[in-house]
Design a protein. Structure first.
Length: 174
Protein backbone atom coordinates (compact mmCIF):
# COMPACT_ATOMS: atom_id res chain seq x y z
CA UNK A 1 0.00 0.00 0.00
CA UNK A 2 2.85 2.41 0.77
CA UNK A 3 4.27 1.77 -2.72
CA UNK A 4 0.99 2.94 -4.27
CA UNK A 5 0.93 6.02 -2.07
CA UNK A 6 4.53 6.82 -3.02
CA UNK A 7 3.71 6.33 -6.70
CA UNK A 8 0.66 8.58 -6.48
CA UNK A 9 2.71 11.22 -4.70
CA UNK A 10 5.35 11.01 -7.41
CA UNK A 11 2.80 11.35 -10.21
CA UNK A 12 1.38 14.35 -8.37
CA UNK A 13 4.88 15.86 -8.10
CA UNK A 14 5.46 15.37 -11.85
CA UNK A 15 2.12 16.99 -12.68
CA UNK A 16 2.86 19.83 -10.27
CA UNK A 17 6.36 20.40 -11.70
CA UNK A 18 4.97 20.49 -15.22
CA UNK A 19 2.25 22.82 -14.01
CA UNK A 20 5.03 25.13 -12.83
CA UNK A 21 6.57 24.97 -16.30
CA UNK A 22 3.22 25.78 -17.86
CA UNK A 23 2.79 28.71 -15.47
CA UNK A 24 6.26 29.93 -16.48
CA UNK A 25 5.23 29.81 -20.16
CA UNK A 26 2.01 31.67 -19.38
CA UNK A 27 3.93 34.27 -17.36
CA UNK A 28 6.31 34.73 -20.30
CA UNK A 29 3.30 35.25 -22.60
CA UNK A 30 1.88 37.79 -20.14
CA UNK A 31 5.21 39.64 -20.03
CA UNK A 32 5.26 39.66 -23.83
CA UNK A 33 1.71 41.00 -23.80
CA UNK A 34 2.65 43.80 -21.42
CA UNK A 35 5.66 44.69 -23.57
CA UNK A 36 3.41 44.76 -26.62
CA UNK A 37 0.93 47.00 -24.79
CA UNK A 38 3.81 49.36 -23.96
CA UNK A 39 4.84 49.38 -27.64
CA UNK A 40 1.26 50.10 -28.68
CA UNK A 41 1.18 52.91 -26.16
CA UNK A 42 4.31 54.42 -27.71
CA UNK A 43 2.82 54.04 -31.20
CA UNK A 44 -0.44 55.58 -30.01
CA UNK A 45 1.44 58.53 -28.58
CA UNK A 46 3.31 58.88 -31.86
CA UNK A 47 0.07 58.74 -33.82
CA UNK A 48 -1.50 61.27 -31.45
CA UNK A 49 1.55 63.51 -31.89
CA UNK A 50 1.17 63.19 -35.64
CA UNK A 51 -2.50 64.07 -35.25
CA UNK A 52 -1.55 67.23 -33.37
CA UNK A 53 0.94 68.13 -36.07
CA UNK A 54 -1.76 67.59 -38.66
CA UNK A 55 -4.07 69.94 -36.77
CA UNK A 56 -1.41 72.65 -36.90
CA UNK A 57 -0.83 71.90 -40.55
CA UNK A 58 -4.55 72.23 -41.09
CA UNK A 59 -4.59 75.70 -39.61
CA UNK A 60 -1.69 76.77 -41.81
CA UNK A 61 -3.10 75.15 -44.91
CA UNK A 62 -6.55 76.61 -44.28
CA UNK A 63 -5.02 80.02 -44.37
CA UNK A 64 -3.03 79.29 -47.52
CA UNK A 65 -4.81 76.73 -49.71
CA UNK A 66 -8.08 74.95 -49.19
CA UNK A 67 -7.45 72.44 -51.97
CA UNK A 68 -4.07 71.25 -50.62
CA UNK A 69 -5.60 70.90 -47.17
CA UNK A 70 -8.29 68.56 -48.45
CA UNK A 71 -5.69 66.31 -50.11
CA UNK A 72 -3.56 66.19 -46.95
CA UNK A 73 -6.57 65.37 -44.80
CA UNK A 74 -7.48 62.49 -47.11
CA UNK A 75 -3.91 61.15 -46.88
CA UNK A 76 -4.04 61.26 -43.07
CA UNK A 77 -7.37 59.45 -43.11
CA UNK A 78 -5.98 56.74 -45.38
CA UNK A 79 -2.96 56.33 -43.10
CA UNK A 80 -5.27 56.06 -40.11
CA UNK A 81 -7.33 53.34 -41.81
CA UNK A 82 -4.17 51.41 -42.67
CA UNK A 83 -2.99 51.65 -39.08
CA UNK A 84 -6.34 50.32 -37.85
CA UNK A 85 -6.08 47.39 -40.27
CA UNK A 86 -2.55 46.61 -39.06
CA UNK A 87 -3.54 46.86 -35.39
CA UNK A 88 -6.45 44.53 -36.12
CA UNK A 89 -4.06 42.02 -37.68
CA UNK A 90 -1.75 42.23 -34.66
CA UNK A 91 -4.70 41.64 -32.33
CA UNK A 92 -5.72 38.59 -34.36
CA UNK A 93 -2.18 37.21 -34.07
CA UNK A 94 -2.20 37.62 -30.29
CA UNK A 95 -5.59 35.95 -30.01
CA UNK A 96 -4.29 33.07 -32.12
CA UNK A 97 -1.19 32.76 -29.93
CA UNK A 98 -3.34 32.79 -26.80
CA UNK A 99 -5.51 29.92 -28.08
CA UNK A 100 -2.39 27.94 -29.04
CA UNK A 101 -0.89 28.40 -25.56
CA UNK A 102 -4.17 27.28 -24.00
CA UNK A 103 -4.15 24.19 -26.23
CA UNK A 104 -0.56 23.43 -25.26
CA UNK A 105 -1.49 23.77 -21.60
CA UNK A 106 -4.28 21.22 -22.01
CA UNK A 107 -2.02 18.79 -23.89
CA UNK A 108 0.75 19.07 -21.29
CA UNK A 109 -1.69 18.33 -18.48
CA UNK A 110 -2.89 15.25 -20.41
CA UNK A 111 0.66 14.03 -20.96
CA UNK A 112 1.59 14.56 -17.34
CA UNK A 113 -1.45 12.60 -16.14
CA UNK A 114 -0.43 9.59 -18.23
CA UNK A 115 3.29 9.73 -17.60
CA UNK A 116 5.06 6.81 -15.88
CA UNK A 117 7.96 7.83 -13.68
CA UNK A 118 11.35 6.15 -13.45
CA UNK A 119 10.78 5.43 -9.78
CA UNK A 120 7.49 3.69 -10.57
CA UNK A 121 9.21 1.50 -13.18
CA UNK A 122 12.07 0.74 -10.78
CA UNK A 123 9.56 -0.37 -8.13
CA UNK A 124 7.71 -2.58 -10.59
CA UNK A 125 10.95 -4.16 -11.85
CA UNK A 126 12.07 -4.81 -8.27
CA UNK A 127 8.72 -6.48 -7.53
CA UNK A 128 9.07 -8.62 -10.66
CA UNK A 129 12.60 -9.61 -9.73
CA UNK A 130 11.41 -10.63 -6.26
CA UNK A 131 8.59 -12.71 -7.75
CA UNK A 132 11.00 -14.42 -10.14
CA UNK A 133 13.44 -15.14 -7.32
CA UNK A 134 10.62 -16.66 -5.25
CA UNK A 135 9.56 -18.87 -8.17
CA UNK A 136 13.14 -19.95 -8.74
CA UNK A 137 13.46 -20.87 -5.06
CA UNK A 138 10.30 -23.00 -5.32
CA UNK A 139 11.66 -24.74 -8.42
CA UNK A 140 14.97 -25.30 -6.65
CA UNK A 141 13.12 -26.82 -3.67
CA UNK A 142 11.31 -29.19 -6.01
CA UNK A 143 14.60 -30.18 -7.67
CA UNK A 144 16.22 -30.80 -4.29
CA UNK A 145 13.26 -32.92 -3.21
CA UNK A 146 13.55 -34.95 -6.44
CA UNK A 147 17.31 -35.40 -5.98
CA UNK A 148 16.76 -36.53 -2.36
CA UNK A 149 14.03 -38.92 -3.51
CA UNK A 150 16.22 -40.41 -6.24
CA UNK A 151 19.17 -40.64 -3.85
CA UNK A 152 16.98 -42.24 -1.20
CA UNK A 153 15.82 -44.91 -3.67
CA UNK A 154 19.44 -45.45 -4.66
CA UNK A 155 18.79 -44.35 -8.25
CA UNK A 156 21.51 -41.70 -7.92
CA UNK A 157 25.05 -41.86 -6.57
CA UNK A 158 26.32 -39.62 -3.81
CA UNK A 159 28.69 -37.93 -6.30
CA UNK A 160 25.77 -37.20 -8.69
CA UNK A 161 23.74 -35.82 -5.79
CA UNK A 162 26.64 -33.61 -4.66
CA UNK A 163 27.22 -32.38 -8.22
CA UNK A 164 23.52 -31.44 -8.73
CA UNK A 165 23.34 -29.78 -5.29
CA UNK A 166 26.41 -27.64 -6.15
CA UNK A 167 24.78 -26.20 -9.31
CA UNK A 168 23.64 -22.55 -9.45
CA UNK A 169 21.59 -20.47 -8.79
CA UNK A 170 21.18 -21.73 -5.20
CA UNK A 171 24.16 -23.99 -4.68
CA UNK A 172 24.29 -26.16 -1.53
CA UNK A 173 27.44 -27.79 -0.24
CA UNK A 174 26.10 -30.39 2.23
Amino acid sequence: MSTKKTTIDQVFDVVQSQGDQIREVLEAVQVQGRQTDERFSIITEAVEAQGQQMTRLHEVLTKRMDTQFTEALEAVHLLSEQMEVRFGQVNQRFESMDSKVTGMDTRLIGIASQMVTKHYLDDKLADLRGDLTLLTHKEDDKLLALVDLLYGKRLMTKADRKHIMALEPFAQTH
